[in-house]
Design a protein around this ligand. Structure first.
Ligand SMILES: NC(=O)C1=CN([C@@H]2O[C@H](COP(=O)(O)OP(=O)(O)OC[C@H]3O[C@@H](n4cnc5c(N)ncnc54)[C@H](OP(=O)(O)O)[C@@H]3O)[C@@H](O)[C@H]2O)C=CC1
Ligand SMILES: Cc1cn([C@H]2C[C@H](O)[C@@H](COP(=O)(O)OP(=O)(O)O[C@H]3O[C@@H](C)C(=O)[C@@H](O)[C@H]3O)O2)c(=O)[nH]c1=O
Ligand SMILES: [Mg+2]
Length: 292
């Protein structure tokens, strides 16, 4: 099985390259300048040349606050570009596995979001990703749209690395405690994608295409996540700091973020027989890797 994944150094693409090597699966990453989602005309040819059995659409414009100032670029990359990736797969007669986000929801629900819940993005990033889901589904009926959340890993930029960096020269970090969600390790996402891809590859009659939530098991808020990161770091001999709970109003940002974007991953678990470890266990593994 040959997976062709978009992007070069992002968290999910890096995790897939590593997981593919361990599992003996060919993973080919293609990104800028060859495949530039901001220049969607580059996409079809770059993907065809890589001869995929399955395409994984992991590249995206992910700067949530910056997107408020660059909506055109965010939509070109996350909506038009993503649609082209799915179209490239369709032309080759292969499925596409596309990554989306919890930020397609506005956060007003009281429980976990399921796949059929109404979307209502509160940010440009969220709106561009929702448009991307629609473009992917329209371009290729053989799509898995995996909505994940709060992604961290040893690679790229993420909240775990930010907390460890801040703790190195501060005694206290103020973190919002009124936004709830599911921290998700990109290492786990990669494992889940390999698992789902193997299912699609093995079963040519696979019929359960569509949207799935795929996030870490268990819930917390950003402050609880920060505390667990820094507790783990302290016992591992790394930097630590006190975490002070603040509210969203105390931490003004350009983009509005959902107060509750918890996702139920039950549909993915029942379709693919895979669920993520508890978020605390996965966080510990990544913190230790970042420190080592
Ligand atoms: N990070 C998160 O917290 C979450 C992410 N997601 C989604 O999961 C997916 C993977 O995210 P993650 O791995 O964290 O992303 P990162 O922010 O770590 O990396 C972004 C990736 O997109 C690539 N990219 C950006 N712009 C372009 C472009 N114009 N053309 C080609 N490639 C481009 C980058 O390329 P390069 O390698 O060249 O830098 C990089 O590989 C995305 O679809 C994202 O929306 C969903 C929920 C949470
Ligand atoms: C650095 C920092 C952040 N925060 C807050 C801001 C925000 O509400 C929350 C998380 O900050 P971040 O900037 O890491 O989060 P953000 O960029 O919003 O993360 C999102 O990225 C996109 C790509 C997604 O798809 C989402 O699932 C989600 O992971 O923590 C603090 O309260 N204190 C701090 O010192
Ligand atoms: Mg400190």
């Amino acid at each position: 099985m040959r997976l062709v994944v978009t992007g070069r150094e992002g968290q999910v693409v890096s995790s897939l390259l590593e997981a593919g090597q361990l599992a003996g699966v060919d993973v080919i990453a293609i990104g800028r300048p060859r495949l530039d989602l901001a220049n969607p005309d580059t996409v079809i040819e770059a993907i065809a040349a890589a001869k995929p059995d399955i395409v994984v659409s992991a590249a995206a414009y992910t700067a949530v606050d910056q997107a408020e100032d660059e909506p055109d670029l965010a939509f070109r990359v996350n909506a038009v570009g993503a649609g082209k990736v799915a179209q490239a797969a369709a032309r080759l007669g292969v499925p596409v596995i596309h990554l989306s986000t919890d930020y397609v929801f506005d956060g007003s629900a009281s429980g976990d979001y399921v796949e059929t819940d109404a979307t209502a993005p509160a940010s440009v990033y969220g709106a561009s990703k929702l448009a991307g889901e629609q473009a992917v589904a329209a371009a290729n009926p053989r799509n898995l749209i995996l909505r994940t959340a709060w992604v961290y890993s040893p690679f790229g930029k993420n909240f775990v690395k930010t907390m460890l960096r801040l703790a190195a020269d501060r005694d206290e970090i103020a973190v919002v405690a009124d936004q709830w969600g599911n921290p998700t390790s990109a290492l786990d996402i990669a494992d889940a994608i390999l698992h789902a891809a193997a299912t699609l590859h093995r079963n040519k009659d696979f019929a359960a295409f569509g949207t799935y939530h795929l996030a870490g098991t268990g819930e917390t808020n950003w402050s609880g996540f920060a505390r667990h990161i820094l507790d783990t770091s302290r016992v591992s001999g790394g930097p630590s700091a006190r975490v002070r709970d603040i509210t969203t109003a105390d931490y003004p940002t350009k983009a509005r973020r959902p107060a509750n974007s918890r996702l139920s991953s039950a549909k993915f678990a029942s379709a693919f027989g895979w669920s993520a470890p508890d978020w605390r266990l996965s966080t510990q593994a990544v913190v230790r890797r970042v420190l080592s």
